[in-house]
Design a protein around this ligand. Structure first.
Ligand SMILES: [Zn+2]
Length: 334
């Protein structure tokens, strides 16, 4: 068996080697592809990107400091399919040089300090097990403590099946701190890259105050065939593309890789962290630009109508109940 040392990368970037673009079938020298941010110079196809390249693309040089690099998955279920889970983890580690499918750390973008989490799809399909969930939760918690914006660049096949229900718990674990970020007036920017699917899309990745996607990225919950079978309908071609999601309002913008850093930098300036003295830290008032704030604001305004639409029974207090939970912001001024 050929053994590669961790962190040593195969010499892919040599003038002799080239890659065929899956979209336009043109041959691209790998060196040219790397220089062009892994974007096809002919048709603009965005190839997948590793974490190191992504950090170079987005963050100020040398500003990234990784946290919790030593966190490693155990095998709590003793899971074994064709191979033991621990063997799969080891193989992914040797292949990518990473210890898990995601890393998080603190860095700066044009001097603006941020907490950032990044996925690598090459590590077990970027799947989210306990360690990935824990890293993201810590990323969000650090953003809350330091009062700096949070950013996550997702590329994931979803929850990691080798950790069963424990993987599903990560949906709650990564979502809960975002509610607190929202209440504290701290922005979260979610960047969806090819592919962002399953439990990752179904949790934190959909909860960005701003959600950006890379061109033609596959974004969806289940596979196209399963989704079509579930609703019992033919679904239009490309319904899980970034472009289709933008058209239907699930994504705020599609940003080519060459403009991603400038766009994120501009967003960070446009959405400053709310000052503590404004009461954001403590009251958690609904806010205009956050999806959680918008949803809870809608629920407050429309009450029954919304709960009926989404099919959930909600108990409503009697109309004359003026308890603190039924009080709307600004009501006492009337
Ligand atoms: Zn191409």
């Amino acid at each position: 068996m050929q053994i590669k040392l961790p962190f040593s990368r195969r010499r892919e970037v040599t003038p002799e080697t080239w890659t065929v673009c899956p979209s336009c079938e043109s041959q691209i020298f790998n060196r040219q592809l790397e220089r062009n941010l892994r974007v096809c110079p002919t048709c603009g196809h965005h190839f997948r990107m590793g974490i190191g390249q992504r950090i170079e693309l987005l963050l100020d040089d040398g500003s990234f400091v990784e946290h919790d690099a030593g966190l490693e998955s155990g095998d709590p279920l003793g899971f074994h399919d064709q191979k033991p889970y621990l063997d799969r983890l080891e193989a992914a580690h040797v292949k990518t040089g990473l210890r898990e499918a995601a890393v998080w750390g603190i860095g700066t973008i044009d001097g603006q300090r941020i907490a950032i989490g990044l996925f690598d799809f090459h590590f077990m399909g970027g799947s989210m097990g306990s360690v990935v969930g824990e890293k993201l939760a810590r990323c969000f918690e650090a953003a809350l403590v330091e009062r700096i914006p949070a950013i996550v660049v997702s590329a994931s096949g979803g929850a990691r099946m080798q950790e069963g229900t424990l993987s599903l718990l990560q949906l709650a674990k990564t979502t809960a701190p975002l509610v607190r970020l929202d209440a504290a007036g701290i922005p979260f920017i979610s960047i969806l890259t090819d592919p962002t699917t399953g439990g990752v899309l179904a949790s934190f990745a959909s909860l960005g105050d701003v959600i950006l996607a890379e061109p033609k990225a596959l974004i969806g919950f289940a596979g196209a065939r399963v989704a079509s079978g579930t609703v019992g309908e033919e679904l239009p071609e490309g319904f899980q593309s970034a472009e289709s999601l933008l058209e239907h309002g699930f994504v705020d913008d599609i940003v080519p890789r060459s403009e991603l850093r400038a766009t994120v930098s501009r967003l960070l300036r446009l959405m400053p962290v709310a000052p503590v003295e404004d009461g954001w830290q403590t009251t958690g008032e609904a806010r205009g630009w956050g999806p959680i704030g918008v949803l809870s604001g809608m629920a407050e305004r429309f009450g029954t109508a919304v709960s009926e639409t989404i099919g959930i029974e909600v108990e409503h207090p009697p109309a004359d109940d003026s308890g603190p939970t039924a009080q709307r912001p600004g009501e006492d001024e009337r």
